[in-house]
Design a protein around this ligand. Structure first.
Ligand SMILES: C[S@@+](CC[C@H](N)C(=O)[O-])C[C@H]1O[C@@H](n2cnc3c(N)ncnc32)[C@H](O)[C@@H]1O
Length: 238
């Protein structure tokens, strides 16, 4: 992930995005779920095209719940649904640009609807643009893309380009959870996240080794465990 802003010849802006929007073809059931369900859950008016002035959105008009939590890159959405069901009084924004992930979640939501979820199928930076300061009460960044090559570390989420606007959108005293199985990602997170204003809450090693009490393993965590990589659970306060 990287956040340079570029300009087309006609003056319009675009951002570099190094993730994937599309993977292998969707199954007929996934396409159907995406077509019939997504609109119901969509957080509208936040893409650059639809909202060129990047007007702030009013969360109180979108959610009847008072507090709003954000999951960045929800993958197949297993953790997002788990948290939304566990916390019916919280509104959830799930952000995932990868269409196959969104389609997977749509399949789950058509079988098991969740009223307190809204989705955005694009780059989370577009959400930061339109969220008011101090509006989000908890953020989950679970197994973000590792970008293992050194020259690609600047694409990681744990860079100031992502962390500074994230910090602005979070309420003072709110919690940022990061899970990763990549040791070098932990190093960069512990260096960069505090630089953005957060404080790491760990007191001893058990803090980052022990999953959160309300945790459910994501697809990437299951893969990491199978491949014998160690999950790290980092908790920061804004
Ligand atoms: C390694 S996957 C982890 C998925 C899921 N959290 C899990 O643990 O199974 C990282 C996810 O982050 C998403 N992602 C990448 N760049 C993003 C961005 N700029 N905004 C939001 N999500 C992004 C990817 O599409 C991908 O699904």
């Amino acid at each position: 992930m990287c956040s340079e802003i570029n300009r087309h010849k006609n003056g319009t802006e675009w951002r570099n995005f190094y993730g994937r929007f599309k993977g292998k073809s969707l199954s007929p059931a996934q396409s159907e779920a995406l077509l019939t369900q997504y609109e119901k859950y969509s957080l509208e008016n936040i893409s650059w095209d639809e909202n060129p002035q990047r007007k702030k959105i009013k969360l109180s008009e979108i959610f009847r719940e008072k507090s709003v939590w954000l999951e960045i890159g929800f993958g197949g959405g297993e953790h997002l649904i788990h948290q939304a069901k566990l916390n019916p009084d919280i509104g959830f924004i799930g952000c995932e640009p990868y269409q196959n992930g969104v389609a997977k979640l749509m399949g789950k939501l058509s079988a098991n609807p969740c009223q307190n979820i809204k989705l955005y199928d694009g780059d989370v930076r577009n959400i930061f643009d339109v969220l008011a300061k101090n509006s989000i009460s908890k953020v989950f960044l679970l197994y973000p893309d590792p970008w293992p090559k050194k020259r690609h570390h600047r694409r990681r989420f744990v860079t100031q380009e992502f962390l500074a606007p994230l910090y602005e959108t979070m309420k003072p005293g709110s919690i940022l959870r990061i899970a990763t199985d990549i040791e070098d990602y932990v190093r960069q997170a512990l260096q960069e996240v505090p630089r953005a204003g957060f404080q790491w809450l760990a007191k001893d090693a058990s803090d980052w080794r022990t999953p959160w009490q309300d945790w459910v393993s994501t697809r990437y965590e299951i893969k990491a465990l199978k491949e014998e990589r160690t999950p790290h659970y980092l908790t920061f306060i804004a």
